[in-house]
Design a protein around this ligand. Structure first.
Ligand code: PMP
Length: 358
């Protein structure tokens, strides 16, 4: 049964993408693959809004976070990170597990970081600042443009986890001075899970040269070296079908136009939030930090599982519950990637009917 995935990932994958990736297999050391891979790498740069290389690994977003840690740092490097929810905390945990010395600014869940807190804390002894753009566990967005203005000309690296935002929210890697920008295929890029993408600035390549954490599979330089061969390739067998599928997704984004894609996400998010208000429900996040890719809705304790089940079983719509300390307290609805007005309205209608039952 084809269910509507109004989740914060994996999201709905357009048929056009499945059709493209399921045609046939291409060998990864051929000119044919090289042509697709070259086109794909150019398109990735377009959505990352960067002139720098964007590296691809067969992995989920967590792999991308780990790759960024092991390629940028050495043990005991001092790094500042923001705890804003489950995924901010995951990045911190990964760093700590490799011996990076991470100091944390704690932000109450449902809010974003205030730039002054970063300004006060980021002293010269820090090597980097790590920020989660869109905290998927709460539905709060950090102002990475403003933080990027502050990071301009700084010696520290600016690392951004954009797993649940890139392709749905405007992120200008180069203009906003981002050094390492990480995302994955299964959210706003409307592709199946299995690929992570990492944009790497010139400054980040300098950090790579000094990084002493051991790496092999995740080694940025070996990926870049193969990408730059006369026939662009990967050091190991790439996830060929996923690359072909995501290439089609990136093509769809190009066809729609980045500005139109962002506007569609903005319009649909505001339509959904308005609908939530009309149902007498409350959005969990303060207005200042609202996300245009995911909305979390406050909900009566312990009713969230029932609501999710009815939505899925009766209406074929999959939504998500809360995570960590927000378990059973909120529901989370993703509106990113391949999403339109009809899907939003169908979700609101089904939510209304479900509320009448429970
Ligand atoms: N960071 C953010 C902001 C995320 O939303 C997610 C996934 N929900 C991850 C990291 C981890 O990605 P994955 O589940 O693909 O490992």
């Amino acid at each position: 049964m084809n269910k509507l995935l109004m989740t914060p990932g994996p999201t709905n994958v357009p048929t056009r993408i499945f059709e493209e990736m399921n045609k046939y297999m291409i060998h990864h050391r051929t000119k044919e693959f090289g042509k697709v891979f070259e086109e794909f790498n150019d398109r990735l740069k377009f959505v990352f809004q960067t002139e720098h290389s964007v590296l691809t690994f067969p992995a989920v977003g967590t792999g991308g976070l780990e790759a960024s840690i092991v390629n940028m740092f050495s043990q005991n490097d001092k790094v500042l990170a923001i705890s804003i929810g489950v995924f901010g905390d995951r990045f911190i945990e990964i760093g700590k597990s490799f011996g990076v010395n991470i100091d944390v600014i704690e932000v109450p869940w449902g809010k974003g970081i205030e730039i002054d807190e970063i300004k006060n804390k980021l002293t010269d002894d820090y090597k980097a600042l790590i920020v989660t753009h869109n905290e998927t566990s709460t539905g709060a967005t950090n102002d990475i443009e403003k933080i990027g203005e502050f990071m301009k000309g700084k010696k520290q690296l600016y690392i951004v986890d954009a797993v649940s935002s890139l392709g749905g929210l405007d992120i200008q890697m180069d203009n906003w001075n981002i050094d390492v920008l990480i995302t994955a295929s299964q959210k706003a890029l409307m592709s199946p899970p299995g690929l992570t993408f990492i944009g790497v600035s010139e400054k980040a390549w300098d950090f790579y040269e000094n990084s002493k954490i051991p790496k092999y599979y995740w080694d940025f330089k070996s990926v870049k070296k193969y990408m730059e061969k006369p026939i662009p390739q990967n050091p190991y067998t790439p996830a060929v079908s996923l690359i072909i599928g995501t290439n089609e997704a990136l093509k769809m984004i190009q066809e729609e136009g980045l500005i139109n894609v962002f506007k569609r996400h903005e319009d649909l998010a505001s339509r959904f939030r308005k609908g939530i208000g009309s149902l007498g429900l409350k959005v969990f996040v303060d207005d200042r930090y609202l996300s245009n890719t995911i909305t979390s809705v406050e909900f009566e304790e312990d009713k969230t599982s029932k609501l999710k089940n009815i939505m899925e079983e009766k209406f074929n719509i999959v939504i998500a519950g809360g995570q960590g300390t927000l378990k059973n307290k909120i529901i989370r609805v993703g509106h990113m990637g391949y999403v339109n007005r009809e899907m939003i309205d169908k979700t609101l209608y089904s939510l209304e009917k479900t509320l009448e039952i429970i």
